[in-house]
Ligand binder design. Structure first.
Ligand code: NAD
Length: 462
């Protein structure tokens, strides 16, 4: 039985208004459950609970916090099949993708169980020699976590893991499309021994007012957001009123560069992962393929053959219409897909567009669907210039057998993450994040822990 109420102060709670909203299966449009629809009163009740629990949780021994997170890893891993089913039902991704997401999501609990006991500080001597500078790190305080629907488990654990390890208490506001997975994550954390109030989950029918009310509550010290650049910009403005610390993981527009000397088998394999994971609905999804002229036709033909007759389920009808509009409005030769399928649900075929001109609109937008536009280029400088010609800077992919070139190009790409001869950048131990309009801050690794810690120093002398 999946929980469907809000989780506040350790209790499953109906919305203050009594309202509930349906959760739909995007594969066929059917209702799979209804969840409590919170409003600002619920959001503020959750903030109060997180605030009440904050002092004790910050004072809980790091080892104890770590062991709770380690139990959460075990419990989540044990329930992987069931959680994957839930993700498939509310998000529409394939079962294989859902299972990998659960494994990835659980790893954040394991990684941060190990990081909880590695919160360090240092002692410096002032240059003049007189005083000492004692630097320590303390939990930033109550954190509001806002997550998207495309990775309903992993985007929650990637924030909750480091927050709890650092000693922060949290209010998670999951996406309205995928609230059930977030509620199960809360259930697992409670079973793992997280005290009441340390983790709260509020599903909101209208996110704007609920998140705004929380960000204007002086008890809130931190916002960690993953979602679109558009909403991220709104929340940065909201957070400015209270000078709240912000970590923002926003949209991407990843270039996938294939040089003529690349191992094409590996490049096709990487392209399938980078393009098709979650049906192309990943912030790191390869959005624009730049292939050196000498191998462009072969790459396009082989990618089209590999993707032929594949179909993915997109999150909503409007998402599907948007993707189809980009395909029909873009120029380029359709080598695979491109047709809107009949039937219920929001399926879309894997689509390959070859010989797309450099100025095509599809290259400027985050496609968020299984569509691969391919552009030709000649020479390293042209590839770098085209790749960097975007306000976004999350992930980029480079395929070449020349390692020196790969590293040289990687250094010049204006992106937070570069995958060199790989189709995947995500790793719980790595600092995940973007530059330019793709965000501020990093998640994962030790860097992710620092986002939830404040630096304090004590000036002293002896
Ligand atoms: P979204 O911005 O529409 O929603 C994200 C979250 O914000 C959801 O919980 C939503 O309910 C909430 N929200 C929406 N409007 C709000 C408002 N006015 N005030 C407060 N909260 C609001 O994004 P989405 O469609 O759920 O997710 C897709 C986007 O997320 C893509 O742009 C993708 O690139 C990005 N994304 C980024 C990363 C990353 O790590 N950089 C990871 C996954 C997804």
């Amino acid at each position: 039985m999946t929980p469907t109420d809000l989780f506040i102060a350790g209790r499953w709670t109906p919305a203050a208004s009594g309202r509930r909203i349906p959760v739909l299966n995007p594969a066929d449009g059917t209702e799979i459950a209804s969840v409590a629809a919170g409003d600002t009163a619920d959001g503020l009740a959750a903030v109060a609970a997180a605030h009440d629990a904050a002092r004790d949780w910050a004072a809980t021994a790091p080892r104890t916090r770590g062991e709770i997170l380690r139990r959460a890893f075990t419990l989540m891993t044990e329930r992987a099949d069931e959680i994957a089913d839930l993700i498939v039902a509310e998000n529409g991704k394939s079962r294989a993708d859902a299972l990998s997401e659960v494994a990835y999501a659980a790893e954040f609990f394991r990684w941060y169980s190990e990081e909880a006991v590695r919160i360090d500080g240092d002692l410096r001597t002032a240059p003049a020699g007189g005083n000492k500078i004692l630097v320590m790190r303390q939990p930033v305080g109550v954190a509001v976590l806002v997550t998207p629907w495309n990775f309903p488990a992993a985007m929650a654990t990637r924030k909750i893991g480091p927050a709890l390890a650092a000693g922060c208490t949290v209010v998670l506001k999951p996406a309205l499309e995928t609230p059930l997975t977030a509620l199960v994550v809360a259930e697992i954390l409670a079973e793992a021994g997280v005290p009441a109030g340390v983790v709260n989950v509020v599903v909101a029918e209208r996110s704007g007012p609920v998140v705004s009310a929380m960000l204007h509550d002086p008890r809130v010290a931190k916002l960690s957001f993953t979602g679109s650049t558009e909403v991220g910009a709104i929340l940065l403005r909201e957070a400015a009123d209270g000078i709240i610390s912000c970590s923002m993981e926003l949209g991407g527009n990843a270039p996938f560069i294939v040089f003529a000397d690349a191992d094409l088998d590996a490049a096709i394999e990487g392209a399938l992962i980078a393009k098709m994971r979650g049906g192309g609905q990943a912030c790191t999804a390869a959005n624009r393929f730049y292939v050196e002229s000498a191998v462009a036709d072969e790459f396009a033909t082989r990618l089209a053959a590999a993707l032929k007759d594949q179909e993915t389920v997109l999150i909503s009808g409007s998402a599907r219409d948007r993707v189809h509009g980009l395909v029909t409005g873009g120029t380029g030769k359709v080598l695979a897909g491109g047709q809107l399928p009949d039937g219920p649900g929001f399926a879309y075929p894997a689509t390959v567009l070859a010989d797309v001109p450099a100025e095509a609109p599809i290259l400027r937008e985050e496609i968020f669907g299984p569509v691969a536009p391919i552009v030709r280029f000649d020479g390293e400088a042209a590839a770098i210039e085209a790749a960097n010609d975007t306000p976004h800077g999350l992930a980029a992919y480079v395929y070449t057998r020349d390692l020196a070139r790969g590293l040289r190009v990687g250094e010049r790409l204006d992106f937070g993450m570069v995958a060199l001869n790989r189709g995947l950048v995500s790793d719980p131990a790595a600092p995940f994040g973007g530059v330019k309009q793709s965000g501020v801050g990093r998640e994962g690794g030790h860097d992710g822990l620092l986002e939830f810690l404040e630096t304090k120093y004590i000036a002293t002398s002896w």
